[in-house]
Design a protein around this ligand. Structure first.
Ligand code: GUN
Ligand code: FE
Length: 426
């Protein structure tokens, strides 16, 4: 019998669509070869011989996806939150990322980051590394060993950074990217590369041009930052006078979504109507990062509008703009900032519900990885087993209410088992 085929018993709860949760108390989740093959009230007879993992009384949820996180920034979370984006990058981020040239430093720092995520509720992540190919491969090795599934990007930046971090030229940046891709090809089951131009201010036109070409040659996914902060958006206007906006600047290099270019743009706090229309047309994923947008005083992204307009979206921790890796926390933050936005900025955009935030952190972001983030048939079995009795007294609440409280109250220590693609991490 395949080790990734089993039945798992417990109080199941998962999204079906943004507004619909399904809960099955005392239900059975059938996992066949790492994929969900149904949820049942009783054991289906034809599968009665499969191993039964009995977690009666525990809450069983799909794993969460962090659609935007900076692995090297884990080391300085909580520092410099009195600054806005561009000063924060220059004062804290770039000096810290420069240290990842030293592989032994990178190993220490990345090991801590990966262990934190492994213990927490996220099963998938799209991570920025740094410009350094060796340290980026090291991060990929550590993630692979952890059992998590990740897309990881060697960052490209050939302008406007400190000399100890910035790559020497567009050619040098491209060459380092190609050798990183070639040396990581075929090495991993669970980790894959994603093209990562840091943001327009960090990447010259010739570099963006060559990354666009590389994207088309190798059909790579793309991640970057978009319309996060006012000074940044103004700067992009100066840097790209012929573009019709920030999103259009990426688009002019072929790095803004479309059929063969799955793309995540973090933040989208200040996107205007034209940019939003282009995001919808190209089906660009928004990584909504409410904690980071609060900490760096960037603003509040119109998540409700993106949902209504059919723009794909998930949640990001954006560590170290955000301080915590857990996407449960990002769910609570997303609900909270949406209420402030509704009350203080725009009463036409209703706040997000906990159900919607849960969908964003599971199916919404998970869909960037395929069928991920639900227990619907065919979905990959990323599973969290939570002992929620610490904050949910037995029988006091429905399964759905227990989920709602888990979003706000759970800690990593409440996760007693975790599975990714049907394989048990702990
Ligand atoms: N824009 C460019 N780089 C970064 C980064 O590291 N963090 C955030 N929040 N925004 C960015
Ligand atoms: Fe970021």
């Amino acid at each position: 019998m395949n080790a990734t085929s089993f039945l798992l018993k417990g109080d199941l709860c998962y999204s079906v669509d943004p507004n619909t949760l399904r809960s099955v108390p005392n239900g059975y989740l059938l996992c066949v070869d790492g994929r969900c093959a149904g949820v049942f009230d009783t054991i289906p007879e034809s599968y009665a011989s499969l191993p039964l993992l009995d977690y009666t009384g525990h809450l069983i949820l799909p794993g969460l996806t962090d659609l935007h996180v900076h692995a090297p920034q884990y080391t300085y979370r909580g520092l410099g939150m009195d600054l806005e984006l561009l000063d924060w990058l220059n004062t804290y981020t770039f000096p810290e990322e420069a240290r990842f040239r030293d592989l032994s430093y990178a190993k220490q720092a990345y090991s801590r980051f990966v262990e934190d995520v492994r213990r927490g509720p996220n099963t998938r992540l799209c991570a920025f590394a740094t410009v350094h190919p060796d340290a980026t491969r090291l991060l990929m090795d550590l993630l692979e060993e952890s059992g998590l599934v990740a897309m990881v990007g060697k960052v490209n930046m050939d302008r406007n950074a400190s000399p100890d971090l910035q790559e020497e030229s567009a050619e040098a940046s491209l060459a380092a990217t190609v050798s990183w891709l070639e040396e990581s090809a075929g090495r991993y089951q669970r980790v894959s590369p994603i093209l990562t131009p840091r943001f327009i201010p960090s990447c010259s036109d010739p570099l963006m041009e060559s990354l666009g070409k590389l994207q088309r040659e190798r059909n790579l996914p793309v991640q970057s930052h978009l319309s996060e902060n006012r000074s940044e958006v103004e700067w992009v206007k100066e840097l790209c006078p012929s573009s019709h906006g920030y999103g259009d600047a990426y688009d002019s290099f072929g790095l803004f979504g479309g059929e063969n270019c799955p793309t995540i743009m973090a933040h989208c706090v200040l996107s205007d109507d034209d940019e939003i229309a282009l995001m919808r047309e190209r089906q660009v994923y928004v990584a909504h990062c409410p904690a980071s947008n609060t900490n760096l005083a960037s603003g509040i992204a119109p998540a409700r509008r993106y949902l209504e307009e059919g723009i794909p979206m998930g949640l990001g921790s954006d560590v170290a703009g955000g301080t915590h890796c857990s996407i449960f926390r990002a769910m609570a933050d997303a609900v909270q900032v949406s209420k402030l936005r509704w009350r203080l900025v725009d009463s036409t955009l209703a706040p997000l519900s906990a159900t919607e935030a849960f969908w964003l952190g599971t199916m919404g972001g998970g869909s960037f990885f395929g069928q991920v983030g639900s227990f619907l048939p065919g979905y990959e079995c990323d599973i969290l087993v939570l002992d929620d009795r610490r904050y949910n007294p037995p029988e006091a609440h429905s399964v759905q209410q227990r989920l709602e409280r888990t979003i706000y109250l759970s800690e990593d220590r409440d996760i007693v088992h975790k599975f990714v693609r049907g394989s048990q991490l702990f």
